[in-house]
Design a protein around this ligand. Structure first.
Ligand code: IPE
Ligand code: IPE
Ligand code: MG
Length: 248
């Protein structure tokens, strides 16, 4: 994962979003939290369409964290139903729009039926090249790093890799995002300014945009504001401002 090699970048190449605030959106309307999740699906569709139209190469959506299993059973059940339903419903449109789907996260946590649906959906969109849609489910940044470390350790055990040759690049090649550019723009809706165990390694140099807008209320206009914010950043990756200006 090499950083995007420009300073102020125009359009982000990889956008990563924490879709937060569904529960509060519903509660403020005296609705069950699950109604917020149902509404949230529309915002996810909007984000996919908007990013594809803007020429974004990768969109990663945080749909369910490794810690979200701690929620009440009924809420987890609704989220799984929505997730299964969405896979079935959205795949034809993804195919039509040229979007390749990839799931990241601990798949072993899901039923074998759901794992198969995920694999089928990935297979059906595999040839698409316009944009990658990465859906993080049962995902945790710490899980991702630990999983990569285990894979690297296994290579060392087999005698394939010398511990001295474990570099950030080697680690990256074993993360679930291997092969993708690192996120340029991170967006979190719902007002919390935290990472909540999303892409911990990958967000090292990402520009961060937080908004109070709750996910079901998140529309193109606000996503556009995030893009504008990004376009105004100078990305230095450790250099000083004059070095960046000299390369323009
Ligand atoms: C985000 O909305 C959806 C998931 C975490 C699955 P929340 O359900 O966290 O909504 P709030 O933060 O409680 O409002
Ligand atoms: C992060 O939101 C996870 C997703 C949006 C999928 P949470 O609502 O779970 O985060 P915390 O618990 O408020 O940090
Ligand atoms: Mg939340």
């Amino acid at each position: 994962m090499t950083p995007f090699p420009v300073n102020t970048a125009g359009t982000p190449r990889h956008v990563a979003i924490i879709m937060d605030g569904n529960g509060r959106w519903a509660r403020s309307r005296m609705l069950p939290r699950t109604e917020g999740h149902r509404q949230g699906v529309n915002s996810a569709r909007m984000a996919v369409r908007y990013c594809a139209e803007q020429g974004v190469r990768v969109l990663t959506l945080f749909a369910f964290s490794s810690e979200n299993w701690r929620r009440p059973r009924q809420e987890v059940g609704t989220l799984m139903d929505l997730f299964i339903g969405s896979i079935g419903r959205e795949v034809p449109e993804l195919v039509e729009k040229g979007i390749r789907l990839r799931f990241i996260g601990d798949r072993a946590a899901f039923s074998s039926k759901l794992q198969k649906r995920m694999a089928d959906a990935e297979e059906r969109t595999r040839e698409n090249q316009r944009m990658d849609l990465v859906v993080a489910v049962s995902y945790g940044g710490r899980w991702d790093i630990a999983h990569a470390a285990a894979a690297v350790a296994e290579r060392v055990r087999c005698g394939e890799l010398d511990p001295e040759h474990i570099t950030p690049e080697v680690m990256e090649a074993h993360l679930s995002t291997a092969g993708l550019p690192e996120p340029d723009l991170f967006v979190r809706t719902g007002g919390e300014q935290r990472i909540s165990n999303f892409l911990l390694w990958q967000l090292a140099y990402t520009e961060l945009f937080f908004t109070d807008v709750l996910w079901p209320d998140f529309k193109e206009e606000e996503l556009g504001r995030a893009f504008e914010y990004y376009a105004g950043r100078q990305r230095r990756f450790g250099h000083i401002q004059e070095q960046i200006a000299g390369r323009e």
